[in-house]
Design a binder for this molecule. Structure first.
Ligand code: HBI
Length: 101
C-alpha cells in the first residue's frame, strides 16, 4: 500500500509541478490543461491514458472541447501519493511536448 503524503509533503511536491494546485474540499491535486483544439486535447488524453493504464493509476478528468480538467488522488490511500505526483509530472511532460504550458 502506497503512502499518503502529508500536507507539507504535498505542498513541496506542488512547488515542482507547474500548473497544479490543491483541490478545494478534498485531498487531491488538480490542473486544467487548455489546448489549441479538441484534437489536441484528445491526443493528450490518449497518451495520458496509456501511461495511466500501464501504471494502474487512473485520473479523474473532464473534457470540454479543448480543455481537460484533471483531478488526481489515490483512492485506496485516501489522499495524494507519489503515484499522483508521478502521473502529474507525466501529464505536464506530454502537454509540454504538445507545446502547451
Ligand atoms: N487510480 N487514481 C487511482 N487511485 C487508485 O486508488 C487506483 C487507481 N487505479 C486502479 C486502482 N486504484 C486499483 O489498484 C484498485 O482499484 C484495485
Amino acid at each position: 500500500m502506497v503512502e499518503r503524503l502529508s500536507a507539507e509533503a504535498r505542498k513541496s511536491a506542488l512547488v515542482e509541478l507547474s500548473g497544479w494546485a490543491e483541490t478545494s474540499g478534498r485531498e487531491a491535486i488538480t490542473r486544467t490543461f487548455t489546448f489549441r483544439d479538441f484534437n489536441e486535447a484528445f491526443g493528450f488524453m490518449s497518451r495520458a491514458a496509456l501511461i495511466a493504464e500501464k501504471n494502474d493509476h487512473h485520473p479523474e478528468w473532464k473534457n470540454v472541447y479543448k480543455t481537460v480538467e484533471v483531478v488526481l488522488a489515490t483512492h485506496e490511500a485516501g489522499g495524494v501519493t507519489a503515484r499522483d505526483i508521478d502521473l502529474a509530472k507525466a501529464m505536464n511532460a506530454i502537454a509540454r511536448q504538445l507545446g502547451v504550458a
